[in-house]
Design a protein around this ligand. Structure first.
Ligand SMILES: *[C@@H]1O[C@H](CO)[C@@H](O)[C@H](O)[C@H]1NC(C)=O
Ligand SMILES: *[C@@H]1O[C@H](CO)[C@@H](O)[C@H](O)[C@H]1NC(C)=O
Ligand SMILES: *[C@@H]1O[C@H](CO)[C@@H](O)[C@H](O)[C@H]1NC(C)=O
Ligand SMILES: *[C@@H]1O[C@H](CO)[C@@H](O)[C@H](O)[C@H]1NC(C)=O
Ligand SMILES: *[C@@H]1O[C@H](CO)[C@@H](O)[C@H](O)[C@H]1NC(C)=O
Ligand SMILES: *[C@@H]1O[C@H](CO)[C@@H](O)[C@H](O)[C@H]1NC(C)=O
Length: 452
């Protein structure tokens, strides 16, 4: 191969040198004094047809070498691609192998850089040292900055909320409970209003994202990819209608760590509206709890929501858990209903151990239905007591009713997709298969109940 190209280069060189008599004569007169120089000089002095034959031969050789080169290059490229799949034990079916494939780096802890996984392929085109696989949400200065200071000031946790200007006061109250030296605040403005937040002291250091009439989960899927929020140890993905009088984020995280929780939520003050599942209700004498015990929820019963449950209203995720949950969020199912029953699968261990409700730091669910869904008309809201969500108000265009209906449909769709995915993936073993039926029935009842 090397020899071939060398000889081709030689002929190419001779062609170049002799293609035009003037070049040749220039060469003759110049200080071009390689050993073979006199030979080339003689060739140049041959009658024209000799030059033509040499030229044609040269062209043919060049062309064929280029083709051979191309083929070899192609085949080695394909080999490389195939090999990289083989070495990772992946099939070349479907995805690029980067998506949620199990066993591809079964030993790598999620905190280690993932350079051994097949996802490296995407970055194989550039030198490894230039690959920056993750990023952060820190704002940078336009001017020279002290990198050391910047690293030190890096925030450790994230509070993300979908907000509307009508809840400005409540949102401000919530943010006050999150120390700004360790939390990044990211607001998703579903009503499109951003500038009216600017008077709040923390607003200019926070991230503001606008997309009209979208939900928390829609935003989270799009703007909180694990590689983007990689810097954060804990992620709070909260609704805005929460009373935080008895909540402090720093104390909360200390408890979460001490209890070994990967997914948690603050307990709900019993005065909250809409406590859907008893497990989220506050036990005044406990610091945290991971299960409830009732007639049906016996200590042996580890089905959701007797244990392993948090609501989608105010969840808190560890970095590792979020990586999993992000993958579970479906692009088109924007209300997040149904995910609460599956969230325990992301617990990085037994869901009865790693998922819990923290009682010592608790919140009040105010039940203002402004989840960033279609803009809710305030007049309609005041007409209807928010406690009685099933209460029909007679308006055919009650947006809340519509949102509720879609949420329930999404919950069923999510459940159906889950079942289908389980059927389609024989490599996946359900650690909670024993409870699958009970939980499915629970979800179906809830969805049907919510639709009427
Ligand atoms: C790849 O896809 C084909 C067609 O969908 C399927 O028959 C085959 O079993 C798949 N191979 C693997 C290894 O999953
Ligand atoms: C994945 O790993 C588990 C245990 O590490 C093993 O039992 C299973 O067979 C593996 N699956 C595949 C598809 O290699
Ligand atoms: C995982 O680690 C164990 C022990 O550390 C080792 O024996 C095994 O080969 C490793 N598996 C993979 C896929 O690297
Ligand atoms: C991954 O990258 C890190 C840092 O560059 C390096 O220390 C480590 O050895 C790499 N691991 C593998 C499996 O290549
Ligand atoms: C935030 O920035 C805007 C625009 O520069 C400015 O008008 C506003 O006063 C700032 N707010 C605070 C609290 O500093
Ligand atoms: C809200 O609904 C009331 C009654 O249906 C209507 O009169 C009013 O114009 C609506 N307001 C907005 C902002 O859509």
């Amino acid at each position: 191969m090397r020899d071939d190209s060398a000889s081709v280069l030689g002929i190419w060189g001779s062609f170049r040198q002799c293609a035009s008599p003037s070049v040749c004569s220039d060469l003759q007169q110049s200080d071009y004094k390689l050993p073979g120089a006199s030979k080339w000089r003689r060739l140049c002095q041959q009658p024209k047809y000799v030059s033509c034959v040499a030229l044609a031969l040269g062209l043919i050789l060049i062309l064929s070498t280029v083709l051979v080169n191309e083929q070899m290059h192609m085949s080695s490229f394909l080999d490389r691609v195939a090999a990289s799949f083989k070495t990772e034990g992946l099939s070349v079916n479907g995805t690029d192998g980067c998506d949620a494939s199990r066993n591809l780096s079964s030993n790598s802890s999620s905190d280690l850089p993932d350079n051994s996984s097949s996802c490296r392929q995407a970055a194989d085109d550039i030198p490894r040292g230039m690959v920056v696989a993750t990023t952060d949400l820190e704002m940078r200065s336009l001017y020279e900055e002290d990198e050391k200071k910047l690293q030190k000031a890096k925030k450790k946790n994230l509070l993300a909320m979908a907000v509307g200007i009508e809840q400005k006061q409540v949102v401000n109250d919530i943010v006050q409970k999150f120390p700004l030296n360790s939390f990044t605040i990211m607001l998703f403005h579903y009503d499109g209003i951003v500038d009216q937040w600017q008077d709040l002291a923390w607003s200019n250091q926070s991230l503001h994202i606008v997309a009209l009439h979208q939900t928390k989960w829609w935003y989270a899927k799009r703007f909180m990819h694990p590689d983007i929020v990689d810097q954060y140890n804990y992620i709070f993905l909260w609704d805005e209608d929460l009373g935080v009088e008895h909540f402090h984020a720093d104390r909360y995280l200390k408890i979460m760590e001490a209890e070994g929780l990967e997914i948690s939520q603050p307990a709900l003050d019993p005065a909250s509206v809409d406590i859907h599942h008893r497990i989220t209700r506050r036990h005044p004498r406990l610091i945290a709890h991971k299960a409830i015990y009732t007639k049906t929820c016996t200590p042996k019963n580890k089905a959701v929501p007797c244990t392993g449950y948090v609501e989608v209203m105010a969840p808190v995720f560890s970095k590792a858990a979020w990586k999993c949950v992000w993958h579970m969020i479906q692009n088109d199912l924007i209300h997040g209903w149904g995910m609460d029953f599956k969230i325990g699968y992301c617990a990085q261990g037994l869901r009865s151990e790693k998922v819990g409700v923290i009682d010592a730091e608790y919140i009040l669910h105010k039940g203002i239905p402004s989840l960033g869904g279609p803009h809710v008309n305030k007049t309609i809201l005041t007409q209807e007591d928010s406690n009685s969500v099933n209460h029909k108000i007679g308006s055919l265009h009650d947006p809340r009713q519509e949102v509720r209906k879609k949420s329930s449909q999404e919950m069923l769709a999510f459940q159906n997709r889950w079942e289908q995915a389980v059927r389609d993936d024989p490599t996946w073993m359900d650690p909670y298969a024993k409870y699958a039926k009970v939980e499915m029935d629970h979800i179906n009842n809830r969805a049907v109940g919510a639709m009427h």
